[in-house]
Design a protein around this ligand. Structure first.
Ligand code: KG4
Ligand code: ZN
Length: 346
């Protein structure tokens, strides 16, 4: 039995995991608090984590029907993330582990996303038996990266964004057209009723011979487009068409680069995780393309796409079973921890 905590950004979450099964996964989102400011305010995020950690952890234990004495380990996200927010969760985990006399595991947030597509249900559980080497797209508001997962817990980062993350691009474009924060899900909904071929936006770096991304230029081209067409976003159908056209540019770029990497590496499985994996077009189009190419596709469950402690706990339990990930008593959070530094293959 393992308790996991996640506090790297604006979700306070606690989960209880046993033998690969998620017994509880409680997530307290701060989205509404930060919406007023149009983005995550680190001080407020930390205050909310400190306020909510204990109630959220208690709720997870209660839902799972376990007591602290049943725990064999405590895990928390150690990095990357907002420094003080990470410290709130990681220090709480260290203190709990010390008092209970069990190990504390410090988990890499992106590595937790990397394996979240292998959790399926109901009940939600790790499907390690189905694991296949894969090319994995991690795509959220804070990160966009492509990773080659050669075997369980063995990965190599292929590329990442040179500037904005894809979710950030969705959010910034949404802001330009006056949609509420975070705009990604709203833009996605509007795009469902728009024409994706209405306007032509760039597919950044799609045809470049590397696996990096860049989305800041796309945001600029939407801004320039809006300057040339003032008032366009006030027409509901034009707005839907604009949303659909922008979404197509982002999604085609993400899918094109992912599938090209899979083909180059001879990998037969593709996975995707992170908040943007909730995007309807991304899920639909990846499913269609992978089926056409005979590739296995694993998409993180929508409830596990955004930040959550269940993915942290699932990875922690797997690592614990192999004697990996156990932190020193005096370990510090690592706000700038790179996924590359964990590479176990060359
Ligand atoms: O993983 P996440 O909760 O937090 C980060 O670590 O960033 O992802 C949040 C991001 C936001 O940028 C949000 O706009 C985006 O994911 N997002 C979406 C959708 N749902 C969430 N973007 C596009 N379409 C969606 N349906
Ligand atoms: Zn994340």
């Amino acid at each position: 039995m393992l308790l996991a905590l996640e506090t790297s950004c604006d979700e306070t979450s606690a989960a209880v995991i046993h033998d690969g099964v998620i017994l509880a996964n409680v997530v307290s989102s701060q989205i509404r608090l930060h919406a007023e400011y149009g983005g995550v305010v680190p001080e407020l995020a930390t205050r909310e984590h400190l306020r909510n950690l204990l109630p959220v952890a208690r709720a997870a234990l209660r839902q799972a029907g376990v007591t602290p004495r049943d725990l064999r380990a405590v895990a928390a996200t150690r990095g990357p993330g907002l420094p003080a927010a990470l410290r709130a969760g990681f220090t709480a985990a260290q203190a709990a582990a010390y008092v209970l006399g069990v190990p504390c595991l410090g988990i890499h947030h992106h590595e937790a996303h990397l394996y979240s597509p292998w959790i399926s249900g109901p009940p939600l559980r790790a499907d390690w038996g189905a694991f296949q080497p894969n090319v994995s797209l991690i795509v959220s508001g804070g990160h966009t990266m492509l990773v080659h997962v050669r075997a369980e817990l063995e990965h190599m980062v292929l590329g990442s964004t040179l500037d904005d993350a894809a979710g950030e691009a969705f959010d910034k474009v949404s802001k330009l057209v006056g949609l509420p924060y975070p705009g990604g899900p709203v833009l996605d909904r509007l795009a469902e009723e728009g024409r994706a071929d209405a306007y032509d936006f760039p597919r950044p770096l799609l045809y470049e011979p590397h696996d990096d991304f860049s989305f800041s230029g796309l945001k600029t081209s939407v801004r320039v487009f809006l300057q040339k067409h003032p008032g366009l976003a006030d027409d509901p159908q034009a707005l839907r068409n604009l949303c659909a056209s922008v979404r197509a540019a982002i999604v085609e770029t993400l899918i094109g680069k992912t599938l090209r990497a899979a083909r180059r590496l001879g990998v037969r499985c593709v996975t995707a995780s992170g908040g943007v994996t909730c995007n309807r077009a991304l899920r639909r189009d990846l499913a269609t393309k992978c089926a056409q190419l005979g590739l296995t596709l694993r998409l993180a469950e929508p409830s596990l796409c955004t930040d959550n402690a269940a993915m942290v706990g699932i990875l922690a339990e797997r690592q614990f079973g192999r004697g990996l990930g156990i932190s020193e008593r005096d370990a510090e959070p690592e706000p700038g921890w790179s996924l590359e530094s964990l590479q176990r293959v060359g």
